[in-house]
Structures are given as structure tokens and as C-alpha cells.
Design a protein around this ligand. Sequence first.
Ligand code: AMP
Ligand code: ZN
Length: 458
Amino acid sequence: MKEKLLLFNTLTRKIEEFKPIDPPNVRMYSCGPTVYWYQHIGNLRTYIFSDILKRTLIYNGFKVKHVMNVTDVGHLTSDADEGEDKVEKAAKKERKSVNEIVEYYWNIFKDDLTKLNIIPPDIWCKASEHIQDMINLIKMLEKKNYTYKTSDGIYFDTSKLKDYGKLARLKIEGLKPGKRIALGEKRNPTDFALWKFSEIPGKRQQEWQSPWGLGFPGWHIECSAMSMKYLGEHFDIHTGGIDHIPVHHTNEIAQSEAATGKRFVNYWLHGAFLVFKGKKVSKSEGGLFTLSELQAKGFHPIDYRYFVLTAHYRKPLEFSLEKLTNAKNSYERLKNIILEIEDDGKVNERYLKKFENAINNDLNIPKALIVLWNLVRDKDANGKYRTIQEIDKVLAIDLLKRQNIYVPKDIEEMLLKREQARKEKNWEVADKIREEIEKRGYLIDDTPSGPKIRKKDF
Ligand code: AMP
Ligand code: ZN
């Protein structure tokens, strides 16, 4: 019997026992990328978090149906329903069609997921292919009197919903319009666009006819319409980054619950940010690194996954190349120890139990890593190999894969010889050895902390 699974629910701000609506099935929706640029490593932290959640659910015997959207229209440069559509803007800038932009960045995102051992969703849904579902949902809201029209679109009247803002615990009274909150034609500062009219018809690449006029959907209605289409009006889990709590997810709850009269989602889980010098890593600020950029610097994608797993998902994680290098070194040490372990056909129940306790205690992966380290260092423990195999079902850091990090002993010896030659300033010999090592498929990076070796293909 496995431990019960405890998860922190943003809605209640409490750690709760996870109980699916229809066991063993679990229906889960993750807000996906807005595909106008590369996803940076900050974004990818959020998807690693939802992957750990999904793998933990699967580990616990649940059958997960996972849906992820792709936002290719309607996400504006400002959260206040103003500014340009991010995807349209990128298309204009890169002189490409929206479709080219979307396919290009979406494919790169999919590759990044693969590189990071993130299980792809069962269903991908693209906003522009679900316009009719969004229109239908807005019609339902209109019928129930939750909407009103302004000169630029159809808006949701948040004052009509008793518990608007419950997820973020918004203090609505504090949000009276004033100097800082421009109301425009909105009735309440928290009201948001469901449908935006095209400013000049024919100017946008993406616009659709609707009962209210030519235009495009608001970003929030997209996730409500698509999640309910594939998972039903009431489902188990919804995930995203913490920035989605006050606006995007708050509005998803408002419009979904207003339309159906039912509770929308039972468990809301949010991942904390990857930060750089204390500030959120964000692409509008110029971004930090993409996964490919880290690879170009000699990191393996799984080094990054390991780095992310060293922090709890609800704690900010400070990024630096130095910190990532430390994580990489630990990961390599771990892999090298594991390489020596042989399969004795047993599982170490004691360690496995400790591991299960950690993951089922609100995904305490840093603790799970400690359990793993203790296991591999424990001279008396048996069943190491198969326990690691179980652990890697959740961590997914290729613990037993004899690739990537593994450097054969003779190559290590060649490296030492080269070092000796360099010390003796015998450059000819040093270069020759480097060439030989390269021929064997390995590259040497000379770093301040000594030479580092890696496989050519990563
Ligand atoms: P976007 O493509 O901007 O919609 O963002 C995709 C996902 O990344 C969302 O779930 C965001 O909450 C999340 N996100 C954005 N910035 C960061 C960051 N610095 N660290 C972690 N997650 C982030
Ligand atoms: Zn969303």
C-alpha cells in the first residue's frame, strides 16, 4: 500500500490529500506556452514541475489524462487587455506568417520537452483551432448576463460573481479605480475581455466572425473552453506558474464557474519562479537562456532537469551558470557511482518507502534526491539497482542510462596524460591526445576548474 498523496492546493492554501473525482482516472490541464518566442529555462522549470506531478500521479497508480494548450492568438503584451497580440507582433517583426511563427516555436518547445524527459500531454490543443468552442462559452455567459460590450470588445463583469478572486484572495475593495488603475470603459478594474474586436478589419492575420463582430478571443477564455472541452466542466488538477494566480487562473475560474454553475477545478498547483539575481527570469525582459543555449555551453539538458529538482517546486530557484555547473558535477558524480552498481534482482523496500514518503509529501523532490544519494552511498544496502530504477520513474534523470555522462576509463586515462603533457608544456603531445579523444567521440572543454569531458552529440 502506497502512502497517501498530499498536495498543496493554491485554492485553499493547504496541503490536502489528493482524491480524484473518478479514481483511478485523473484529469489534468497545464497552461502551455504562448508560442511567439523560445521558451526560456524559467518557463521550462514550470513544465518540469508539472511533469514531476504527473509522474508522481502515475507512480501512485493513477491514470492521467493530460491536456496542454498552445496559445497562438489573444495573449496581449499587457495583462490589462491592452497592447498588441504577442504572436501577431512576432510575425510582423520576423516578417513571417502567424502559422510559421507558431509551428517554429511550438516544435522547438516540443523538442525541449523531449530533451528534458518531460512526458508530452495526451492532448495538445491550439487556441486558433477552438474558436467556436470559445464563442459558445461566451454565448453562455452572455445568456446568464455576465457580459457587457465596450467599443473594443465583450467583457466579463466580475462584480456579478460573488467569489471572484478567491484563488488569489484578491481584495476587491482595494482595487477601486484611481490613478494607477485606468478603467476606460470597463465597469470594474478586474473585468476582462472575452472577445476583442479587430481594430482595423483585415489588418490582423488572425480574426474570426462572431455574434459580436470580427475579432479574436481573449487569452483566458481559451483555457476555459479547451480544458472543459477535453476534460469536462469539473476536473481534477490545473497547473501553471505562480504568475497565473492573480489574473489568468482567477479569470479562468470566474468564467468557467459562471457559465456552468459548477466548481471548475479541485486542485490548483503552481510552480515558483526561476530567478536570476533575485528577479523573475522573463522573456519580455530579454529572457535568460534557452535550453539550446545551455547545451551550446556544454550542459546536457538533464543537467538542467537535475538542477531544477534540487529545489522544491514552491520555492524560487536562483539560477546562475555556476550553480548549474555545481548541479552538473553532482549529477555526474551520482551517475558515475551508479554505473558501478549491479542488478541483484532485489528492491530495497526501506529506501523505496523513504522515497515514496518524500514524493507523496507535496512532491518533496529535494528530499527524494537525498534519499537517492543515501542509497547509493550506503555500503550495506542491497537492491540498489532496482530501487534506482523505481526512483527514476519519477525523477526521470536517466540514472541508469549508460550514456551521456559516462566516460570510459581509458579515455579518462588519456585525459590525465594530456594534463601531464600540458603541465610540461609539451603542447604537441597534448594536442595529439586531444585529437585521439575527439576521434573517440568526446570533446574536452578546458575550464578554470580543469578539463571537462563531454560527448560530442550534446
Ligand atoms: P508563457 O509562454 O509566457 O505563457 O509562459 C509559460 C509558462 O512559464 C507559464 O506557466 C508561466 O507561469 C511560466 N513562467 C514564466 N516565467 C517563469 C519563470 N521565470 N520561472 C518559472 N516559470 C515561469
Ligand atoms: Zn491557461
